[in-house]
Design a protein around this ligand. Structure first.
Ligand SMILES: Cc1cc2nc3c(=O)[nH]c(=O)nc-3n(C[C@H](O)[C@H](O)[C@H](O)COP(=O)(O)OP(=O)(O)OC[C@H]3O[C@@H](n4cnc5c(N)ncnc54)[C@H](O)[C@@H]3O)c2cc1C
Length: 418
């Protein structure tokens, strides 16, 4: 009987196992993950830490026992320390096993640069469920009046929201010149910043943090910010340590092709530990998003079973809700083109067009329009069908309050757009 290993049991590992089982009912599937927990949804962990969601709600696929029973998985609660090119793994307990196929799905770790001096026990990261639980416990057992959140992107803004909802005075600090530096144009970022300032948040940009201690943070220019608590949310590093001897190609993360296979036949990767194809640039890039991890895991699982599934790639996209605002960013904001801006009652929209081609768009408003806009950009890139909106799509965008000029600009018929 063929044997497969899934290394890491988050969103990518779960969807890989599920797809593998659906496509190959009779194979052995061993799952390795030290957490002893069912796969959890990291974007819900801050809601749990804020007391808005019960503990069970962060596990969208059910309990570990239920999943293992339903998918007939053998679960090993330990880290895999090494994977070699002949598809052998070595675990913490010195278990050696050889497999017909392996899925690397180890996610990513919170980034803590070696150059940053961190001391004391009032600083946190926000990546794992344990991180969220540790922050909750600290808030429950200490009086926290002020906090600095280092990193003004998707995770930092969620942590800022959580702390603000507890009555904490929050300052967001970033080395970049504005919020969401990888996803927002400066105009969008300033718009969001103004809304957050109205709610009482403080900001400090172009600020390089050199040290975190019991008093708060110190900056490269010699200044300091006092804070009872610091949360470091400056990005992630793909979890590739165990694969260094496997011969799989590793750039910023494990490099995969459109079948989610690495450079070593039979070894696949999915989720935040891998670089899939960025449809806009044609190059590989980490697109660290929940839906992307699910799609990649499902594709890898089918191919491991011997099917021919394709994951042609993805675009950079970010759909986040915070402080009663939805922020949608689609596409690579560094691509050149002509900038347009629409500031209307329901939405703040800015976008970059290259001729009739949408390069990237920022929308602050409601998330309900995000599916159509993302689908439109992907369709435009994959070039299959017409890139004008259907009447139903136009109707939905208009009903949600998006300006007609914007809809016309990105998805009207080419004659209308000229
Ligand atoms: C606070 C927060 C907010 C987010 N918000 C959003 C959002 O709004 N929208 C969105 O789309 N995405 C969001 N994300 C990102 C999204 O959650 C991730 O892209 C997705 O969960 C990645 O899934 P994964 O399976 O690749 O990795 P993970 O969920 O990190 O799973 C990796 C698993 O691998 C295990 N592992 C690691 N190393 C080993 C090893 N050597 N051996 C065995 N097991 C190992 C770990 O224990 C872990 O269980 C957010 C993330 C965070 C942290």
């Amino acid at each position: 009987m063929r044997k497969f290993a899934i290394i890491g049991f988050g969103c990518a590992g779960y969807n890989g196992a599920k797809s593998l089982r659906e496509h190959a009912p009779n194979v052995v599937i061993d799952v390795f993950d030290p957490s002893r927990r069912s796969p959890f949804n990291p974007m819900l962990s801050t809601y749990h830490a804020a007391g808005k969601l019960p503990y069970d709600a962060v596990f969208p696929f059910g309990s570990l026992e239920e999943i293992c029973r339903a998918l007939d998985l053998n679960y090993f609660s330990e880290n895999v320390l090494e994977v070699t090119a002949d598809r052998t793994i070595r675990t913490e307990s010195d278990l050696y096993r050889n497999y017909d196929g392996i899925l690397l799905a180890t996610g990513a770790d919170a980034m803590v640069p070696g150059s940053l001096r961190c001391s004391g026990n009032r600083w946190f990261t926000m990546r794992t469920l344990d991180d969220a639980l540790a922050l909750r416990q600290h808030l429950d057992t200490n009086q926290v009046r002020s906090a600095a959140v280092v990193g003004g992107s998707m995770v930092g803004i969620k942590v800022a929201e959580l702390l603000h909802s507890e009555g904490v005075n929050v300052t967001i600090v970033d080395a970049a010149s504005h919020l969401f530096p990888l996803a927002a144009y400066e105009s969008t970022a300033r718009f969001i910043q103004r809304q957050l300032e109205n709610k009482g948040l403080g900001f400090r940009f172009d600020a390089k943090v050199t040290a975190i201690d019991e008093d708060g943070i110190a900056f490269a220019d010699g200044s300091a910010l006092q804070a009872d608590l610091v949360c470091l949310c400056i990005g992630t590093r793909a979890g590739t340590r165990s694969f260094r001897n496997s011969s799989v190609q590793i750039g910023h993360a494990v490099v995969v092709n459109s079948h989610m296979e690495t450079s070593v036949p039979g070894i696949y990767a999915a989720g935040d530990c891998c670089e899939g194809i960025n449809l806009q640039t044609g190059k590989t890039a980490v697109i660290g998003l929940w839906a992307n991890a699910a799609m990649q895991g499902a594709c890898a699982g089918a191919n491991m079973a011997g099917d021919h599934a394709d994951c042609p790639g993805n675009i950079l996209h970010n759909i986040t809700r915070f402080f009663d605002m939805d922020f949608i960013s689609l596409g690579d904001i560094t691509l050149p083109g002509c900038k347009h801006l629409f500031d209307c009652p329901e939405f703040f929209v800015s976008l970059v067009m290259d001729g009739n081609t949408l390069q990237s768009v920022n929308v602050v408003g409601n998330y309900r329009v995000s599916g159509i806009l993302k689908h439109h950009l992907v369709k435009q890139l994959t070039g299959g069908a017409s890139t004008t909106f259907t009447p139903a799509q136009r109707g939905l965008l208009e009903r949600n309050g998006l300006p007609r000029e914007f809809i016309q600009l990105i998805g009207g018929s080419p004659n209308d757009r000229a």
